[in-house]
Design a protein around this ligand. Structure first.
Ligand code: GLY
Length: 355
């Protein structure tokens, strides 16, 4: 069993283990970072049926005492109410400061379970076991946790790094196409940010047979950014490529459009805007659109510039009367551009107009 390991050197640091068939031995990997204790597995109704028994058994075999909490799958569950139910569950099961939370699932599970771990008893340890492509390449690494508020996505949360991340690539083979594409969007984002080597895989290569390599590359790239800027004061903002408009699309759709699919459109819109406003050289939109479409994603939205602007202005990336956008100046050369909020509508409009 070959395991790739990527070290993320933030705080005391942690390892991201990537490989096939790791769920059945996740206890052995986790116990290297967290000594046997009470472990509360937080998962959702979909993942529970697929993987909970295997993970719980492996943890027990490694010496952990296990309890589990499951909530209905979907972004609609990423609320203060679910967070509150998880915190009550941790308290009812007598977890103490020496115990830990195991986040077993996709981005919603990882974000809310990490947030619960961060605020329960003012912070206990947690481990991420991502079971979706999106969680594997992006959300399980870097310590962003949170829940959505009615006004917008991820508006309450904290930065708290996990003790370990265990990524079993076999989980990804069972994903429905739409869910796989969600992760492809975040991986393509990393390709646009990092450069030709990763991006060209999505443009022309065989993605499914390169999964371990893609995850390893995305995690290492994200790690290098988070190590420099854990709290998103500068460089880490580039990881929000496509997210201002993406979050607006999610919100306008009442979260019926999933995160990756919305971010894909967000990246296409900002790429077309960059080309039309002379902010990229050479033009990037045709290549970005091709990579997205080839991987099951769409590049257009029916929402108007006005609707998207209104939604984007409640995003946490707004700072007073300014908002910082990530501009894809080229593949491997993205940069931040802060504009007055009054200019956002015309940028979005430029990106929505048909060629
Ligand atoms: N998903 C972007 C970040 O973790 O900063």
């Amino acid at each position: 069993m070959e395991i790739k390991s990527v070290r993320i050197s933030v705080g005391k640091g942690y390892d991201v283990s990537i490989g096939k068939n790791l769920l059945g031995s996740c206890g052995e990997l986790i116990v290297k970072a967290v000594k046997p204790c009470r472990a509360a597995i937080i998962t959702d109704s979909t993942v529970e049926k697929l993987f909970l028994v295997t993970v719980a058994e492996s943890l027990r075999n490694a010496g952990f005492t296990v309890c589990a909490f499951s909530f209905p799958a979907g972004e609609q569950s990423k609320t203060i109410e679910t967070l509150s139910a998880i915190l009550e569950f941790l308290a009812e099961n007598h977890l103490t400061r020496t115990d830990c939370v195991i986040a077993l699932g996709g981005g919603v599970v990882g974000d809310i379970a990490g947030f619960a771990a961060g605020c329960y008893l003012r912070g206990i340890r947690y481990v991420q076991i991502p079971t979706t492509f999106l969680a594997a390449v992006d959300s399980s690494v870097g310590g962003k946790t949170g829940v959505d508020l009615r006004v917008g996505k991820n508006l309450a949360g904290m930065f708290i790094q996990p003790e370990a991340v265990v990524c079993d690539t076999d989980c990804l083979e069972q994903l429905p196409g739409e869910v796989f594409s969600d992760g492809a969007a975040e991986a393509i984002k990393t390709g646009i940010l990092s450069g030709e080597q990763l991006f060209s895989l999505f443009e022309n290569g065989d993605v499914k047979s390169s999964l371990t390599k893609i995850i390893e590359t995305c995690v290492a790239f994200k790690g290098s950014i988070v190590e420099t800027d854990q709290f998103e004061n500068g460089l880490r903002k580039t990881l929000n490529l496509g997210h201002t408009i993406g979050h607006a699309i999610e919100k306008c759709s009442n979260y019926t459009i999933s995160h990756g699919h919305a971010v894909a459109v967000g990246m296409a819109v900002i790429a077309r805007a960059a080309d039309r406003l002379g902010l990229s050289d050479p033009p990037v939109a045709p290549r970005i659109e091709k990579a997205l479409i080839r991987n099951g994603l769409t590049v257009h939205t029916d929402f108007s510039a006005e609707e998207l602007t209104a939604a984007a202005l409640s995003d946490k990336k707004r700072a007073g009367d300014e908002i910082t956008l990530v501009i894809p100046g080229g593949i491997g050369s993205c940069y931040l551009k802060t504009i007055p909020v009054t200019e956002l509508n015309s940028v979005i409009k430029a990106g929505l107009e048909e060629r």
